[in-house]
Design a protein around this ligand. Structure first.
Ligand code: GLN
Length: 473
């Protein structure tokens, strides 16, 4: 068995939609092709928890029929016939949704999340639910209750997490885009390790309604694709005010000044940065310079506290969000005895990482410790927001690494949670501050593994990140 799988070239979404509109391509043929690939990729990478074959085939046939009869307004469907996958945190009505944990193995969602619904309304066809670290807890995909996902570039390595199946499968050519979520880097890290694009939008741009919660003030529905122009197309479909999520905004007229100043935070580009990664990022920076961008070194002094503050705040939020997964309201029932059921259900079905986070979160919030941990971390969050506001007075976009390494070996870090958490050092800040960040491929390592970098922007300036990405592709 070869140790990697083929990374196929894939057209961008608009090109494929045009072929469907002109009837050069049938939706059913496209969906069959992607389902077949999904099955092959599943065998080698374990990217999926459920492949929705029957449902996808039926929807594709129905859509072809509607197109044939002229019953569908094709101009209002920017994702007409496009097969996609979604991390198994997204609720889809009448479909199994596990959140990556064994506790929810038999949960069937009663309604569909807003973001998935918007994709379906735009004409897309859901073909699979992707593997993930339970509730989004992880950086490698290894904590999933459904087995680790493998990186298509090297099947002995992780694809990055927590949206592990989304990252691995989009690289391996399954679907034209994949929905993931990003609480502290979970679309950007897999994008970096698998050589694809992924957007973590501004907090509040995309609705969290119907998306399994990790940490409410950090969670951001994001997504993966193969081309920067797809990113813009998809974000335009997904974003916007949702009456079911009070933290969403509708931004109608945003004046984006087309300034071309890029900031490199001194705190990120240190001696400790892996030289190969630094080198690839520098090459992109040089490319930007030759395209008229001005590059400035900036300083964001509180960056050094971001990771610590992040892990205190998300653990606190998540321990309270997990309270209802008690094997009574949600989760597998194991006993008719109330107390035995409540403690035993979680003991038996929750993965170790889920238990760890509930315990740490409960600890940092417990009487006497709130001031020491939660309060302090909240102060860091406020400081970081101010420092980024200041930085964005000087520059339009900030460039940063995504990780200080390429995809690591399966089991290399899984027994050492702190080293796993350290993987997120460059990604968590965008979530702490609530600003958008786009992961883009920066090149390949000597070992043949993808290297990514991220473009971080002002609130609601996702389009500006895409513009920069197009310059350096
Ligand atoms: N790896 C980070 C964590 O475990 C981020 C996860 C995420 O973005 N869902 O918290």
């Amino acid at each position: 068995m070869s140790n990697s799988i083929e990374i196929p070239k894939i057209d961008n979404i608009e090109t494929i939609v045009e072929k469907i509109k002109s009837k050069e391509l049938k939706v059913l043929d496209l969906v069959i092709e992607h389902l077949e690939r999904a099955k092959l990729v599943q065998e080698k990478t374990n990217s999926f928890i459920t492949i929705l074959e029957d449902q996808a085939l039926a929807n594709a046939k129905e859509l072809d029929l509607q197109i044939e009869k002229g019953e569908v307004d094709i101009e209002s469907k920017p994702l007409l016939g496009i097969p996609f996958t979604a991390k198994d945190l997204y609720l889809v009505k009448d479909t199994k949704t596990t959140f990556g944990t064994k506790l929810m193995e038999n949960f069937v969602a009663p309604y569909t999340s807003t973001v998935v619904q918007k994709c379906l309304d735009a004409g897309a066809i859901l073909i699979a639910k992707a593997n993930l670290d339970p509730f989004g807890y992880g950086s490698s995909g290894e904590s999933s209750g459904y087995g680790p996902t493998k990186n298509p570039y090297d099947l002995e390595r992780v694809p990055g997490g927590s949206s592990s199946g989304s990252g691995a499968s989009i690289a391996a050519g399954v679907g034209l885009f994949s929905l993931g979520t990003d609480t502290g880097g979970s679309v950007r890290l897999p994008a970096s390790f698998c050589g694809v694009y992924a957007l973590k939008p501004t907090y509040g741009h995309n609705s969290r309604y119907g998306v399994g919660v990790y940490a409410s003030s950090f969670d951001t529905p994001g997504f993966f694709s193969r081309h920067p122009e797809d990113i813009k197309l998809l974000e335009d479909v997904m974003k916007g005010r949702d009456e079911n999520d009070a933290t969403t905004y509708e931004i109608d007229h945003l004046e984006i000044k087309n300034n071309k100043t890029i900031g490199l935070p001194r705190e990120f580009f240190t001696e400790d940065l892996n030289p190969e990664i630094k080198d690839k990022i520098n090459q992109k920076v040089e490319l930007l310079k030759s395209n008229g961008y001005e590059i400035k070194e900036i300083s964001i002094p509180s960056l050094k506290y971001a990771l610590a503050a992040y892990y205190v705040l998300v653990m606190a939020e998540t321990s309270s969000n997990r309270a209802r997964y008690d094997a009574v309201r949600y989760g597998e029932k194991i006993s008719d005895d109330y107390e035995e059921n409540m403690s035993g259900g979680r003991a038996q079905f929750f993965e170790d990482e889920v238990k760890r986070r509930i315990m740490v979160g409960t600890y940092v919030l417990s009487a006497g410790y709130g001031d020491q941990y939660y309060q302090k971390a909240s102060i860091v969050r406020t400081k970081l927001k101010k420092e980024f506001d200041e930085a964005f007075k000087e520059v339009d976009v900030i460039i940063s690494p995504i990780a200080n390494e390429t995809a690591f070996k399966i089991e290399e870090k899984s027994s050492d949670p702190v080293s796993m958490y350290l993987t997120d050092i460059y990604t968590v800040t965008a979530n702490v501050v609530g600003i958008p960040a786009l992961a883009i491929p920066a090149g390949m390592s000597l070992e043949g593994l993808p290297i990514g970098m991220q473009l971080i922007g002002k609130k609601f300036h996702e389009d500006q990140l895409v513009d920069v990405a197009k310059v350096v592709r």
